[in-house]
Design a protein around this ligand. Sequence first.
Ligand code: 9MR
Length: 746
Amino acid sequence: MSRKMLIALLGIMLVNPVAAAAAPAEQITNGGFEAGTAPWWWTGNAPASVVDGRLCAEVPGGTANPWDVIIGQNEIDLEAGTSYAFAFTASASAPVSIRANVQLADPPYTAELSQQVPLTTTATRVEYPFTSKVATAKAQVVFQIGANANPFTFCVDDVSLAGGTPPPPYIPDTGPRVRVNQSGYLPSSAKHATLVTTATQPVAWQLRKADGKVVARGTSKPQGIDPTSRQNTHVIDFGSPPVGKGYTLSADGETSVPFDIGGDFYQRLRTDSLAFFYHQRSGTPIDAAFAGASYARPAGHVGVAPNQGDTSVPCQPGVCDYRLDVRGGWYDAGDHGKYVVNGGISVAQLMSEFERVKHNPGAIGDGKLKIPEGRNGVPDILDEARWQLEFLLRMQVPAGKPYAGMAHHKIHDNEWTGLPLPPHQDPKLRELHPVSTAATLNVAATAAQCARLFGPYDRAFANKCLTAARQAWTAAKANPAIYASPSDGTGGGAYDDTNVTDEFYWAAAELYLTTGSREYRDAVVSSPLHTADIFTQEGFSWQSVAVLGRLDLATVPSGLPDRSRVRGSVIAGADKYLATARSQAYGVAYAPGDGMYAWGSNSQVLNNLVVLATGYDLTKRTAYRDAVLSGLDYLLGRNPLNLSYVTGYGERDAHNQHHRFWAHQLDPALPNPLAGSVAGGPNSSIQDPVAQDKLRGCAAAMCYIDDIGSWATNEVTINWNSALAWVAGFAAEQAEAQRCHSMRVE
Ligand code: 9MR
């Protein structure tokens, strides 16, 4: 906008407040691409990304129809008889003609505006007025950029559809006001539901079997306003109904979704949540024989075009003079980055899930998971862990180079890619980022754990891990304060961390438990974290890993002098989370001090459940076990949104999580996220445009939307699923124990 125009416009607004108030509403979200690419989508043949603040797509030549290549935005509201102006600034790397449409998003795709637009290499602004004949909430704006003979780059910016009234406020569909674990409850554990109601006095409830017969009744317990949701809530304890399917709970004129008492849902979740890791593997085809046809895909990042990695990856300019083969590992999340810090906690939790049951691994043992390494004499969960461990070892700087033994912090694309994008089609340059102390200590900790656990199965690999762990420890001691930059977040996450006291503690703990060496024991006991209360309400995470060390010091046999105090500290932590769970309207052991739910809050919940479960392992106090299950109730539907955050579990499940391949919401040919994938969950800071558009002012536990564009509330990641897998393993074991018990009773 020119200065003159701006001054004129400001003048009009100042003298005529009515004119200012009546400015047409903007119907496009993130039209300037300041917030990345969401909620824009495009066809898979035109990979797009934000370049210099514009959205640019590589358009193939030789397609038949304009609509064979599209960039668009859906869920546009149009009012009948209302005028709109569709405007944008666009250019192409060669002169071409495109179509710009405002149309219905579904067949017959009736267009309210369809405009042929000639483009040149000069970015040009165009504006097309039209009046809508239809009223719909399901229109779309699309740039149809196919039917050009030669490939070209299309760039667009400042897209606007001005007119009509502002989009109505988003009101989530929260379904029936009686909130339950939508999968079900274990027969001999506590059974709680939450009722949302205006009533302040107890109300009557009835529990019905699938045939409608009432099997239990009682009255609710008013709980007051729940600050996490701003809802007035009651808690219902519905006792000990017999095992059965299709129960419903009614109260205050509302009936819950159906749920089971007993069943094998936690056993399924144990397996499904681990399958996630096979599907996230980089550097190998995902085989239909293990994954099913709709989830199969070619290997990503094995040096085959258009991929530019990961078999010989350079550093960011100026960072190093060598290339590394860093193939393999797991993709972090919905993106294709591979980050040592986050990879570390993820693989640690898988190994710890194994270590907890290592004498009887059962359903996670050899030949039990759907992975190519089945029946090789090694427990399957360790096979899966090894896929990541070998990648982590490849991230270490080779001998003879500066910082030898340190680990590169991460490897990822040099620019952000958009969605959808299967890994093998990622065209961006992959780069190694500088080494960091945190990454190096993640290698030390996990490689030490590897050495301990792989010993009985593969001595050579265990030795390799131990050597790497020791080297990493020594290198980190020599370089104790090399921190990843918080601003190094283009094309991948920063995963920055400026306090590595906890990483030192964790690595020392794992090295000590594996070797028994005095050096590592001294590092453990002299760490200020060894005696600190590290069981915070916020919970542990990739950035705060001391609890990983403390839990292993409490559970893995060793000669640690103050081991019984350490065990007591974990029990004290479990007591704290138990008190929290009991105080919450939705029974969840998570109550951050500032009332702000973190990015990935569901994993903070899960990690607190890991502490509670460890408390149970140490004491066999059923209250801890029940608090773990109550936390799972929250994740599986007993929450303010009445939503199961785990794909494939529960009647109302999250299934549009942010992922470049599981992108069914954007491309019907692609699958939804795999069953057993947990969404990051409510995030008070709503950093992405979809969440900002829909959720401003949200109560903490409701700052979530099941939309693929909401990367800040609805992504899936390896470190969140590793926490889910750990807790599901625990819950499945309780389910098995209770099944045996109820069979004995019968
Ligand atoms: O899980 C990470 C969260 O704790 C951070 O606050 C956030 C911003 O740095 O990044 C999250 O991790 C994302 C990572 O940066 C890139 N891959 C997807 C991760 C989950 O959204």
